[in-house]
Design a protein around this ligand. Structure first.
Ligand SMILES: [Zn+2]
Ligand SMILES: [Zn+2]
Length: 464
């Protein structure tokens, strides 16, 4: 990057072959882009590259001064400056600068049609250019409408939402504060990918890769959470058979696992090495399993295996709503006094999405956490204590662990409860007082989750 004071001779010489773009009618300052120092790629199929040219943007000094920390610093040290020159850093660079300048001067609604972003690469270049010129992050909202167009275009055209689209747009969604898109894409990534890559930067601004890595940790652990939910639920009938006394239990257990293995869904930790969770969950739909034992004395072999698998599918599908930008923001505001910070991040009556733009359950809150893990642990511990005081805990526990008396009903045995869990697990607060059966199920969910989150916290404590 270089800043040259202009003299009239230089300006004339440059103007002769330059493309001049008027951003402000009363312009009093020029930003000039010179062609890249060396071509990035020589394409064999295109032996005569387009003639690179100088581009000049005619701007208002006052507008630039107001919106760029970098340029205002430059103006202070060089009050007589009328032109500043930068090297064009390749694909989309001049285009992104024009988007920024037009939005800062005249608003996003004045953008000409040719500046509409039809490729996700544009979003990354716009972030890179914005940071380089000091427009971002402070004024990122000025070009947010342009980004939303880019986002909608990517999702509604061509292949639409794919792992690659999500990898390209999840990080830009966080930079542009697009909470809905961010939640949707991070959820998609957790369910539809099984590698350890969550971002793809198609631009030449490779320095942004470091920032984008912020998604890796939360999405890796969120995916492990969904996996553990699926694993535990599919194991539920086996657990029941293990505790039975009939001789047929062994064959039933073997056959049940074999049916799952035939679909390549079992063991789950083996399946996820091969397929994304969404495919495993969908595949389970095909399960056909009828135990051979017709006269099981213990009754355990007459268990409704199909229903258990349906519950496993449903619980896994709703185990994670995606990452929440508002929770991320709130949990890293560490300049607040501790009590105030805890208050802001504490759930309200079991609702983990207070003041968030989009509703979500506890898993999203948990994996969006950007503060210290010990504070998160404190919040969860306090929350559990509160539940114990309210007497919720005992009722919730009994359904799923240890021996149960025959008259006790768990979600697995009662389809009317099981069928109602889709919305609830992600919007705990929305259950009205008339939904008693839902609440029983809901508290069970919470307690099942507790075990996972306890284990997760213990793990973090060990590795801290
Ligand atoms: Zn049996
Ligand atoms: Zn949130």
């Amino acid at each position: 990057m270089s800043a040259d004071a202009s003299n009239s001779a230089l300006a004339t010489k440059v103007a002769s072959g330059a493309l001049q773009i008027t951003i402000a009618n009363d312009s009093d300052f020029t930003i000039q882009l010179t062609p890249p120092a060396k071509p990035l790629v020589e394409k064999a199929t295109n032996p005569q590259p387009k003639r690179a040219r100088i581009v000049q943007f005619r701007c208002s000094r006052a507008v630039l001064n107001e919106h760029s920390t970098f340029l205002s610093g430059l103006f202070r040290s060089r009050p007589d400056l009328t032109i500043v020159t930068f090297e064009n850093k390749g694909t989309g660079y001049g285009y992104a600068l024009e988007v920024w300048l037009r939005c800062l001067h005249n608003g996003a609604n004045t953008l000409p049609h040719n500046l509409k972003a039809t490729h996700t690469e544009r979003a990354w270049v716009a972030i890179g250019v914005g940071e380089q010129f000091g427009f971002a992050p402070q004024h990122i909202d000025k070009i947010k409408p342009w980004f939303l167009d880019c986002y909608n275009h990517a999702l509604n055209n061509g292949p639409g939402l794919t792992p690659m689209t999500a990898c390209c747009l999840a990080f830009p969604c966080s930079v542009f504060d697009h909470a809905e898109g961010f939640m949707k894409l991070t959820k998609y990534l957790a369910y539809h990918t099984n590698g350890n890559i969550f971002t793809h930067n198609p631009s030449t601004f490779q320095a942004l890769n470091q920032d984008a890595r912020i998604l890796d940790g939360p999405l890796t652990t969120a995916r492990a959470h969904i996996q553990s939910v699926l694993d535990k639920e599919l194991f539920f009938p086996l657990d029941k058979l293990h505790r039975a006394t009939c001789t047929c239990r062994k064959e039933t257990a073997f056959d049940y696992q074999e049916a799952l293995m035939a679909l390549e869904c079992w063991p789950v930790d083996k399946a996820v090495k091969k397929y994304p969770l969404s495919e495993i969950i969908d595949e389970l739909e095909k399960l056909e399993f009828t135990p051979k034992a017709t006269n099981c004395p213990s009754g355990a072999c007459h268990h409704d295996f199909k229903n258990s698998v349906n519950i496993a599918m449903r619980k896994a599908k709703f185990a994670f709503d995606g990452l929440c930008l508002d929770c991320m923001e709130r949990s890293q505001a560490d300049e607040l006094p501790r009590q105030e910070f805890l208050k802001q991040n504490y759930p309200y009556k079991g609702c983990w999405d207070m003041a968030c733009r989009f509703g979500h359950g506890r898993a999203s809150w948990y994996y969006s956490w950007m503060g210290s893990s010990s504070v998160r642990r404190d919040i969860l511990a306090q929350y559990r204590e509160e539940k114990v005081k309210l007497g919720i805990n005992n009722r919730g526990r009994r359904g799923r662990r240890g021996r149960r008396s025959p008259q006790e009903v768990s979600a697995h045995d009662d389809p009317t409860i099981a069928l109602d869990d889709s919305k609830v697990s992600s919007h705990e607060s929305n259950g009205g007082s008339d939904k008693e059966s839902t609440h029983i199920k809901l508290e069970e969910d919470i307690d099942d989750d507790d075990e996972f989150f306890d284990a997760e916290d213990a793990y973090l404590e060990e590795t801290d």
